[in-house]
Design a protein around this ligand. Structure first.
Ligand SMILES: [Fe+2]
Length: 401
């Protein structure tokens, strides 16, 4: 990168670092003179968490990171380490300058293509007076890379965990395990944290371990569990886990699979005293059921060889309100359209329910705690294995088409 390019980008006082990775080498470059009419802060912002990849698709990827102060941020990216494209975050015509969490969606990408990226944050110190703002220094991350999803890909693998409940060290062990190797993405199927009562729970509970292990280069798909939607910070989840077009439920496609992520909500009736009249999940499930009916009739869903549903709360497996409500709302369109596999968690216990005449016409797998569920996808089959944290195989079955 030339010095003139640095000036053009306002990258003065540049520091290269890899946040959240204590063992990685940190390279500092001497600051260069500010050329903009603004004050230089004595310290550069620090990237405290991330970057990590979210909401993958064949043509887009979302990059998220967090800084220790408000910044104006961008992602520089491109092919063959050129970093000749950039994307910023703005809303309604205004570039974000009031956020310490940075969520930037890269669009217009090619399917199945590997891009290099790095994130840049410049401290925004405030407005000195009318028309004049005060800038601090900038920080730029190490380069990382990701590969977009590809509906044309023949075979791939993904892993799923649920009900981690903030056992970050356990997640780190799982990420190193054989069940996690050579995956295209991971699925976090809810209750990765306990009730969301402290703002740092997502970081310490699973996010920092994910960034350290893989999430700078492979995305994780997040289906919200009943514990994430509970507590004083529940409404701030989108600051950490971005929404897809404003929704926590959505679908995406990769290889021969159409994936549907559902947000199954709380596990008790809306009127339960625990919720203090502050939840509205029945209507939310009704809203999702309408969307689900439409989504299953979409061109990508109809064309896909396999359909996989992901929801934290399972539709079956217990005679309890939560299963009943999920089943009543989501099963009718699924029974009508047909899906191959429904992946859930919540009960903490492994359960496999095969298609049963007059009941469910899909395979249901409820993943247990302390285990990784891995699915190997090929053109003709889904091979499902569940392996516990000690490497013991708990379940294996194959769905063929
Ligand atoms: Fe749960």
């Amino acid at each position: 990168m030339s010095r003139s390019y640095l000036f053009a980008l306002g990258l003065t006082g540049l520091i290269l670092t890899t946040p959240g990775m204590a063992n990685r080498k940190v390279v500092a470059r001497p600051a260069v003179q500010q050329t903009v009419a603004a004050r230089t802060d004595s310290t550069a912002p620090v990237i405290t968490h991330g970057p990590y990849l979210q909401l993958p698709s064949a043509t887009s990827m979302t990059i998220v990171w967090h800084t220790d102060r408000k910044c104006v941020s961008r992602v520089e990216f491109g092919l063959d380490n050129r970093f000749d494209r950039q994307e910023i975050s703005s809303r309604h015509g205004l570039v974000d300058n009031d956020r310490a969490n940075h969520i930037i969606r890269l669009t217009g990408l090619e399917p199945g293509t590997t891009y290099q990226y790095r994130v840049v944050s410049r401290a925004f110190l405030g407005y000195e007076r009318q028309h004049i703002v005060a800038w601090g220094d900038s920080i730029i991350s190490d380069p990382f890379e990701f590969t977009t999803l590809d509906p044309g890909k023949d075979r791939f693998s993904f892993s799923m965990v649920s009900d981690l409940h903030e056992r970050a060290e356990e997640l780190a062990t799982m990420i190193e395990s054989e069940a996690w190797q050579d995956i295209d993405f991971a699925i976090y199927n809810g209750d990765m944290i306990d009730d969301f009562m402290r703002s740092d729970q997502i970081f310490t509970g699973f996010l920092d371990a994910s960034v350290h292990g893989y999430a700078t280069g492979k995305p994780f798909i997040f289906a919200r569990g009943n514990h994430e939607v509970r507590g004083r910070f529940a409404r701030s989840i989108p600051d950490f886990i971005p929404l897809q077009d404003g929704r926590a439920y959505y679908s995406f496609d990769h290889g021969p699979v159409h994936f549907i992520v559902l947000d199954s909500g709380e596990d008790k009736e809306d009127g339960h005293r625990y919720y203090n009249s502050l939840v509205d999940f029945t209507r939310y499930r009704e809203e999702q059921a309408r969307w689900l009916t439409e989504d299953l009739q979409s061109e990508t869903a109809l064309r896909a060889r396999f359909r996989i549903v992901i929801s934290h709360i399972p539709p079956r497996g217990a005679d309890r309100y939560w299963a009943q409500s999920v089943r009543e709302h989501f099963e009718p369109p699924i029974r009508e359209a047909g899906v191959d596999l429904w992946l859930s968690g919540h009960t903490h216990n492994l359960m496999r329910i095969d298609p049963t005449e007059g009941e469910n016409n899909y395979h249901l797998l409820i993943g247990p705690t302390h285990a990784v569920t891995r699915v190997d996808v090929s053109p003709d089959e889904l091979r499902v294995t569940v392996t516990d944290i000690d490497g013991v195989r708990l379940e294996a079955f194959t769905i063929r088409r």
